[in-house]
Design a protein around this ligand. Sequence first.
Ligand code: B12
Length: 446
Amino acid sequence: MRLGLIAMSGVRAHNEELTRLGLTLPGFVERNKTIASLPSLGLLTLAGMTDNDVDLDYQEVEDIAKLDELPGDYDVVAISSYSAQINEAYQLADRFRSAGVIVILGGLHVTALPDEALEHADCIVLGEGEPVWPAVVRDLKRRQLRTVYDARGTPFNLAGAPMPRFDLLEPERYNRLTVQTQRGCPFDCEFCAASIRLSPGFRVKPVDKVIAEIRRIREIWPKPFIEFADDNSFVNRKHAKRLLRAIAAEGVRWFTESDISIARDDELLALMRDSGCAQVLIGLESLTTEGLHGIEQKSDWKAKQLDTYMAAIDRIQSHGISVNGCFVLGLDGTGTESFDQVRDFVRASGLHEVQITIQTAFPGTPLYERLRCEHRLLDDTAWELCTLFDVNFRPDRMSVRELEQYFVSLARDLYSEAATKARKRAYISKLRHRKRTEQVYLGGAS
Ligand code: B12
């Protein structure tokens, strides 16, 4: 049996002005180039639990319009995709099916909208793939494939995580690789469209498994840059510190996502730096209580952190770890003044990097349901707008056009060559200054 694992790849935006800008602005281009080449860890993971007698092939499809022929000769294909490219994934699935190839679809979008996905597949997998994938492969071999395999509500224990098949990748195509150290997040943000929509609960992968993955990657890429495909890496502090001590011996540089509370733990920050952390991405989301209010649905946690932002960024960066502060524009309770607030804060805080996105109602999220009930979705099936750079809803304190225009103008300012360089310079000179003062202080004390 020849099984093709097909990932939709690349990054997308439909806003034309923004796409044009993306091609010219240094800050934007850098990040897009870096991340656009990440492979699908989901499919590589499933490959890691596929029997050896199955002939596996991994492929990425960036632009279906450029595909004259199907990308391979397969008996079965397993296609993964997120909302932004789901229509392309469906087109590809339809083409495979008309060529007599069995199509299996899975992932976040399919989990949110099973009925829609079933129109384009012989089989769909809902929730995390691992709990049901061995059964899918077994049933394929017996020619008894079922239409739906549902793993929702059965959180997968990461102690049983398979080794992703990094060896299926063409080494020269990738400049960074992903490893997942945990799934889930203790917070439940209204807009979150990541792994908590597949399965509930915060779970960590055992330290030795993470290290084994890093070592497997290093067999292929001797000096890899690793992006942890996590939701919120250091929630379990005791586990995180054990993990960081182990990573320190591996000699890798890495990037991850966390919440702002790490700033309160100097030991953790020192371990992050000593184990090769280059940057941590933190969702700051908004700079007003109105904007933050209601995002985190359990205890309004995010709204309570606002006063700590400046000091927290300074604290984390003082350890030599760059912070990539993320802001969401178009949140309820925020108007056009929010763009200047971000512009000013980025300058004043000394943030090394910044990421701005537009609030996006992804299917399957509480935000999508709320905006649908309030009749504020522009088109409730325009999945191609789920890029984080396009507007798919009516904001409450500005017009759609204002959100788009002010967003482009903020992007132009934040990602210009001058602004990008100024942020880098300020970060480096602050670190140098700190080192010098520390040396003077230590010299004086000894
Ligand atoms: C790494 C990453 C990328 C990489 C790699 C993407 C890829 N091809 O896998 C790159 C940089 C290319 C990327 C691009 C984009 N991304 Co991205 N990305 C991530 C990130 C950080 C980690 C994803 C990951 O590796 N998860 C770990 C794996 C193991 O999980 P998984 O993919 O869900 O797979 C599991 C299950 O879903 C299931 N499964 C998945 N596929 C299949 C298929 C079959 C057949 C089966 C049986 C099961 C199955 O089994 C797997 C194991 O349990 C997440 C944020 C996060 N913290 O999760 C955002 C995230 C996935 N990205 C997101 C978005 C919006 C995008 C872009 C649209 C951005 C843009 N403007 O272009 C593009 C579009 C991607 C695409 N080409 O379709 C959103 C998706 C939301 C959604 N519900 O659609 C997320 C959640 C971030 C967010 N802010 O909301 N991304």
